[in-house]
Ligand binder design. Structure first.
Ligand code: NAP
Ligand code: G4F
Length: 323
């Protein structure tokens, strides 16, 4: 019999790629969708799967809607990807971020405990929890020191996941994912902001690109690779936490160089620094060690940063040409 999966955050980047993967594996996929006044299904359409997802209305802030979603989906696996996920916004809306990104995790765990305690639970934890890094390469044993209200909320979400595993024997895992991107990444995140600008500049529709701190470094991978790791974590004999990363780090500056040079431009001619885009506290560098995932899950990143950026620039050129 086919398995059922419930995905919160199904309209986001990872929700769309994970839905596609699970559909390919024969799952019945239910997606929790928060009520929005404008279209939020464009990513599911982009991947050609909108009609195959069973959408359930609900919100991580509303426990009763999560209980109903658990009952209606009869989910064997729950992937909690829903969050206020943009770090910069978390200083402007710290309480909202704490509620959705932090306490929302407990709402989902409670809904599982009250309806189907045997359901397996994936929590979208993050490398942002390392923040002011304590080790030059971060793994599952590296201490955390979050640097944003988002990171703090995610740390709560991570520990409540561990706590339900230890308290109630919930099959609950925390995937500590480093930055991952794709052509359907939100435009506010730096990779997509850059690839979109490269397309517009190349096609004569935008003169400059304004960025904040371009000397920070991130361990960037492709979202399509990373959702495979989420699924693998829930197929193991016992629940555990895993770092998912490429093991390589690159500065925003170098990422710009890769993107602009792909269309024959020099980033230095177009990128301007806007101090207003600097963050109150910054995560200077992230670099993950995915060794445990390789050994236990047989997972490793397949797509290089260069391949990822080319994929994103090409998709943005097509979009801008069509617009
Ligand atoms: P995303 O594109 O920003 O998607 C976030 C999703 O959460 C959207 O579907 C959004 O719905 C939904 N959401 C927001 N508030 C909600 C609420 N109150 N109730 C229910 N759903 C709500 O994020 P992503 O990049 O796919 O990331 C997925 C998850 O992984 C997030 O939890 C993120 O924090 C975490 N993460 C991401 C990365 C990364 O590099 N991408 C790395 C580590 C961890 P709307 O579309 O309606 O707004
Ligand atoms: O693309 P970003 O906004 O991603 P950030 O802050 O690393 O967070 C992303 O990855 C986390 C995993 O580590 C996720 F948990 C989180 O949900 C999100 O998906 O910024 C990357 C870097 C930062 O250092 C930022 O200061 O780029 C720098 N940056 C420089 N100029 C900029 C800009 N970031 C953005 N968004 N916009 C700029 O103009």
């Amino acid at each position: 019999m086919n398995k059922q999966a419930l995905i919160t955050g199904v309209t986001g980047q990872d929700g769309a790629y994970l839905s596609k993967l699970l559909l390919e594996k024969g799952y019945e996929v239910f997606g929790l969708v928060a009520r929005r006044s404008s279209d939020s299904l464009w990513r599911l359409r982009y991947l050609g799967i909108e009609q195959q997802i069973k959408l359930l209305e609900g919100d991580l802030l509303d426990l009763s809607s999560l209980i109903r979603a658990m009952e209606e989906s009869e989910a064997d696996e729950v992937y909690n990807l829903g969050a206020q996920s943009f770090v910069a916004t978390s200083w402007k809306q710290p309480i909202f971020t704490a509620q959705v990104t932090g306490v929302g995790v407990t709402h989902m765990l409670e809904a599982i405990r009250l309806t189907n305690p045997k359901a397996r639970f994936y929590q979208a934890s993050t490398s942002e929890m390392y923040g002011l890094i304590k080790e030059s390469v971060q793994d599952e044993n590296t201490p955390f020191h979050p640097r944003s209200p988002y990171g703090v909320a995610k740390l709560y979400g991570h520990w409540i996941t561990v706590n339900y595993r230890e308290s109630f024997d919930t099959f609950a895992v925390g995937g500590i994912l480093f930055n991952h991107e794709s052509p359907i990444r939100g435009i506010e995140f730096v990779t997509r902001k850059v690839t979109d600008a490269v397309a517009r500049i190349k096609l004569g529709k935008q003169p400059k690109l304004y960025l904040g701190n371009i000397d920070t470094k991130r361990d960037w991978g492709f979202a399509g690779d990373y959702v495979e790791a989420m699924w693998l974590m829930l197929q193991q004999d016992r629940p555990d936490d895993y770092v998912i990363a490429t093991g390589k780090t690159t500065s925003v500056r170098n990422m710009c160089e890769i993107a602009f040079s792909y269309v024959g431009l020099n980033y230095q001619d177009y990128v301007e620094i806007d101090p207003a885009l600097y963050r109150p506290a910054e995560v200077e560098i992230l670099l993950g060690n995915p060794a445990k995932a390789k050994v236990n899950l047989g997972w490793e990143a397949k797509t290089t940063l260069e391949e990822l950026i080319v994929m994103m620039v090409e998709a943005d050129i097509k979009r801008v040409e069509k617009a």
